[in-house]
Design a protein around this ligand. Structure first.
Ligand code: HGY
Ligand code: MN
Ligand code: MN
Length: 425
């Protein structure tokens, strides 16, 4: 088989974007749905045609393994192919396909030239349920792989219809009694989902750390009644209390301009019927900042201000912590390695923080991890209009290929970094 060209990557990207395609030019490929399953079967075919062995682990992460060095651990490279509802074509899916094509290019090179032989094996990964839209929390597959969540807890999570992760994965035939391959290092490429790279005219972002996030689940409890006949003073309107939380989230962001991002992204209203005052609303609110001290202040403001809502709306309010992660650095050696690659390829690059969580956010806590960004036009993401120019997509693929080549030689591998750290002490 010949080395896949840039045009073949773009053609595969177009084919990939047909799975779960929406009328508005985006995709709807939520985790564990039929569209996710079709996509996975297509990816499996692509990997197997190039001699990779496809396997699933116990939480449905899809692995394409290239075993060249018996007994050696793996360079793990990939992202996620699940999406939000009516989402864009690039978020996650670009990273998995770029990983596959980077791996195909290297596999071909290693097959035809003995000098280039790698020191490690290679695993392309399509993480299960990064988005967390159908099943919470987000980054589920990488959280289980890295030991931050148990497989049992993840498999028991249900969607709004009561279908569990275990049932959804079994229906797709995408789960196995296996923990996944042993990682030595990791790389992921993703769209920026913001405007900073486009503004600064750079093609490659070197992610050096991530924003901290606190996600909360609130349940607002009131009492069901008639929207017409119930006296206003008698109402216990759960949706009124929930609306106060929505507004409070924005007030908190406005109190820390540019430093704190907040939103309520999901609300379930019961009974959600005309002429009925809602008795129960469940909603998810998230707070994010690049500065943990600022996030702590925003969090304190949230907790102080929610105390007034029960009396103001005649409701009861339960708060549950959903999911959170701190600001943490990616290994500086990985940022340096990627900077060298981008410079060697003559590309403009800059260090960036990621505001969104990624599977690499989990992986970097397990093994040395390189996280790359390519620009997003107008910063649009989680939207059907999400777009990255072909030239940027291809520049990202070239950088990822070189990064993975170096990782496969053993640069940055967990044992190497640990040995160097030990030698420095
Ligand atoms: O950023 C998020 O919350 C998601 O995990 N990508
Ligand atoms: Mn993503
Ligand atoms: Mn996303």
């Amino acid at each position: 088989m010949s080395t896949p060209t840039d045009q073949q990557f773009l053609d595969d990207f177009a084919t990939m974007s047909t799975f779960g395609a929406t009328a508005g030019g985006g995709v709807d490929r939520q985790a564990g749905t039929a569209a996710d399953g079709e996509q996975r079967r297509w990816l499996a075919g692509l990997l197997e045609a190039r001699g990779f062995t496809v396997r699933y682990d116990r939480i449905g992460n899809q692995w394409g393994l290239l075993d060249l060095v018996p007994g050696a651990p793996y360079v793990v490279v990939g992202s996620h192919m699940d999406s939000q509802p009516t989402a864009g074509r690039y978020d996650g899916a670009y990273g998995v396909l770029a990983a596959a094509h980077a791996a195909f290019r290297l596999a071909e090179e290693w097959r035809t030239s003995e000098d280039a032989a790698p020191a490690l094996n290679l695993a392309v990964v399509n993480w299960f349920n990064e988005e967390g839209s159908r099943f919470k929390p987000s980054m589920m597959g990488s959280s289980v792989y890295t030991g931050k969540m148990t497989a049992e807890a993840a498999l028991a999570v249900t969607d709004l219809q009561g279908v569990s992760v275990a049932e959804a994965l079994a229906a797709l035939g995408c789960v196995d009694d296996w923990d996944g391959p042993e990682a030595a290092s990791c790389a992921e490429i993703h769209i920026e989902q913001g405007r900073s790279m486009e503004r600064d005219g750079v093609q490659i972002g070197l992610v050096h750390s991530n924003w901290a996030v606190n996600k909360y689940e609130f349940v607002v409890r009131g009492e069901q009644s008639h929207t017409g006949s119930t006296a206003i003073e008698d109402r216990r309107d759960a949706l009124l209390g929930a609306s106060m939380l929505v507004l409070l989230a924005r007030e908190i962001a406005d109190a820390f301009p540019g430093q704190v991002h907040t939103s309520v992204g999901q609300m379930e209203i019961y009974p959600n019927s005309p002429v009925v005052v809602a008795s129960r609303v469940r909603l998810l609110l998230d707070l994010r900042s690049a500065d943990e001290a600022v996030l702590a202040k925003a969090d304190a403001m949230l907790h102080e201000r929610i105390a007034a809502i029960p009396a103001a709306a005649s409701v009861e309010l339960d708060v549950h912590t959903g999911h959170s992660w701190p600001v943490t650095p990616y290994q500086p050696e990985g940022v340096e390695l990627a900077a060298k690659v981008a410079a060697d390829l003559g590309l403009e690059y800059k260090p960036v923080m990621t505001l969104a969580g990624h599977d690499s956010t989990n992986m970097k806590d397990l093994v040395p991890t390189v996280m790359l960004f390519v620009p997003s036009v107008d910063g649009i993401s989680h939207n059907e209009l999400e777009f990255t120019k072909d030239e940027d997509v291809l520049a990202g693929l070239a950088v990822l290929t070189e990064v993975v080549r170096r990782l496969a030689k053993g640069e940055l591998a967990r044992d190497t970094v640990a040995a160097e750290a030990a030698a420095a002490h």
